[in-house]
Design a protein around this ligand. Structure first.
Ligand SMILES: Cc1ncc(COP(=O)(O)O)c(C=O)c1O
Length: 490
């Protein structure tokens, strides 16, 4: 039985009490608070609640039943009718449209950031070259489910109570071990702060670091979601061009000669979105400049595991003797983005600042999931999974390259990257945005350079993330994309 709370004006002379009650019920039905089939309070109860005579309530229910809003049965009492009448605008209090969420707010929302279109991945038949999504179908579902169940059972539910904002201690320890073993990052568990994905890590770092008007240098082309986090924290951004050796450190050097720069945000391993690796000289120079000018280097190592050819490249953080690098990582590509597990590695005072900011945003992460992922790391399950998907992704990379060469000929050119889960392809003389629009109609989605350029202007590039498409899907996707590839204007 719904708890009906009406405002009835006892002194109102213009409307009898029974009609006020009836109109309040109609309003509640129209606003969706009462739904077809919902039971209304008994007449005695409602009379007592409202402090009116029971006859008044009976008369109100009679009126509602006569208008078709409710049905009254001796056995089961009054219920909202299944088949509702049209509301009579004369009686409405302005909420006459039935159960429709209002489209526009009655206040100013113009400060909302712009979000690029991304397709709904559940859209039937659409094949998506994701920006960097892994293939969820390859997840070790059973081990993950078992670990989660074990965590809940063993903790007796305590895994779901309030805990440390910096993350579940087991996960901090497991991540520290993983980073030491596979990325030569000498770090203790206390240096690892667990966040909900690296997006939150970047936002928290920005809040801890930026004072209004501070400059943060960013890669152009680059990762817009990170830029937006810095902007929201009050930073002014300075774009630095990216070439085949990664972000141009000489341009960065000129920038810091003329402006006070607080930080630089980089993706040195597989640059996002162009996939180039930052050259060894530039790494050394960048760290040296950062040390001399006391600039933080925010290193976003989002897909470290996916390197196929040649020697593994270690993070900048592993070279950092001066303590300038703030290292950000994620389990989103290694396992799954929906787990929302990322992390920041940094000095104690940075982590304390981050913790303070997190408290007001999110209190803490999901410790049950964090402990379950810690188990998977401890058991070596994540490492086995990485070895398995790496083989898949390498095959997908090679197949995509082969399919593009066969179907697009010289219209498209690209270098097969040594790692990463996407190809960055150049389509000189092609209007790539028009191409992408036609491709979407043909059932395949991919992002063009416009999503990654600082000035939002087009450039003749597109990013094809291949990890989430299996081999037969890749064939279909390339087929669709290439049949609508316009002739070049060269
Ligand atoms: C370069 C880069 N950084 C960070 C992220 C954020 O990922 P998450 O918040 O899921 O860790 C992504 C996701 O696509 C990315 O591509």
């Amino acid at each position: 039985v719904h708890d009906l709370a009406f405002a009835i004006e006892r002194e109102s002379s213009t409307r009898p009490l029974f009609l006020q009650i009836a109109r309040s019920v109609v309003d509640d039905i129209c606003r969706g608070r009462l739904k077809p089939g919902d039971r209304l309070p008994g007449t005695r109860t409602l009379a007592r609640t409202l402090g009116v005579n029971r006859v008044t309530v009976l008369t109100a229910y009679d009126e509602l039943a006569a208008e078709g809003w409710i049905t009254v049965r001796a056995a089961s009492g009054a219920r909202v009718a299944d088949d509702l009448p049209e509301p009579d605008p004369r009686h409405s209090r302005g909420a006459a449209t039935r159960r429709v969420a209002p489209a526009a707010a009655a206040y100013d929302l113009s400060a909302t950031p712009i979000v690029d279109y991304t397709p709904d991945s559940t859209e039937k038949g659409l094949l998506v070259f994701g920006a960097s999504a892994p293939d969820a179908r390859l997840l070790p579902i059973e081990p993950l489910a078992r670990a989660y169940r074990r965590v809940l059972r063993r903790s007796g539910g305590r895994a779901l109570s309030y805990g440390q904002a910096s993350g579940h201690p087991r996960l901090r320890a497991a991540l520290a071990a993983m980073l030491s073993n596979t990325r030569a990052l000498a770090c203790a568990p206390e240096q690892v702060f667990v966040t909900r994905g690296s997006q939150m890590a970047l936002s928290l770092v920005a809040r801890a670091l930026v004072r209004p008007g501070d400059v943060i240098a960013v890669e152009d082309v680059g990762y817009r979601h990170a830029w937006e986090s810095f902007r929201q924290a009050g930073a002014t951004l300075a774009p630095i061009m990216v070439d085949r050796d990664g972000v141009d450190v000489a341009v960065f050097e000129r920038l810091i000669a003329s402006r006070r720069v607080r930080a630089i945000y980089v993706t040195p391993h597989h640059q996002f979105p162009s996939l180039v690796t930052l050259s060894a000289e530039r790494r050394v120079r960048l760290l040296e400049l950062a040390r001399l000018h006391r600039i933080a280097v925010i290193e976003d190592d989002y897909d470290h595991e996916f390197h196929y050819d040649g020697r593994p490249v270690l993070p900048l953080a592993s070279l950092d003797r001066a303590g300038v690098v703030i290292y950000v990582g994620t389990m989103s590509k290694v396992l799954a983005p929906g787990l929302r597990i990322g992390y920041v590695v940094g000095p104690a005072d940075l982590l304390r600042a981050i913790e303070a900011h997190r408290r007001f945003l999110d209190i803490q992460g999901d410790h049950a999931v964090e402990a379950a992922v810690a188990e998977l790391l401890e058991e070596g399950e994540v490492q086995r999974h990485v070895r398995r998907v790496r083989r898949h992704y390498q095959r997908r990379r090679d197949l995509l390259a082969e399919l593009l060469r066969a179907s697009a000929g010289d219209a498209l050119s690209f270098t097969v990257p040594a790692g990463g889960i996407a190809l960055w392809i150049e389509a000189i003389g092609v209007d790539v945005d028009a191409w992408a629009a036609r491709a979407l109609k043909a059932g395949v989605f991919f992002q063009t350079a416009r999503a990654f350029t600082f000035d939002r202007q087009p450039r003749p590039f597109a990013r094809l993330g291949f990890a989430s498409l299996n081999e037969s899907e890749l064939r279909v996707a390339v087929g669709r994309a290439c049949t609508v590839l316009p002739a070049t204007t060269r």
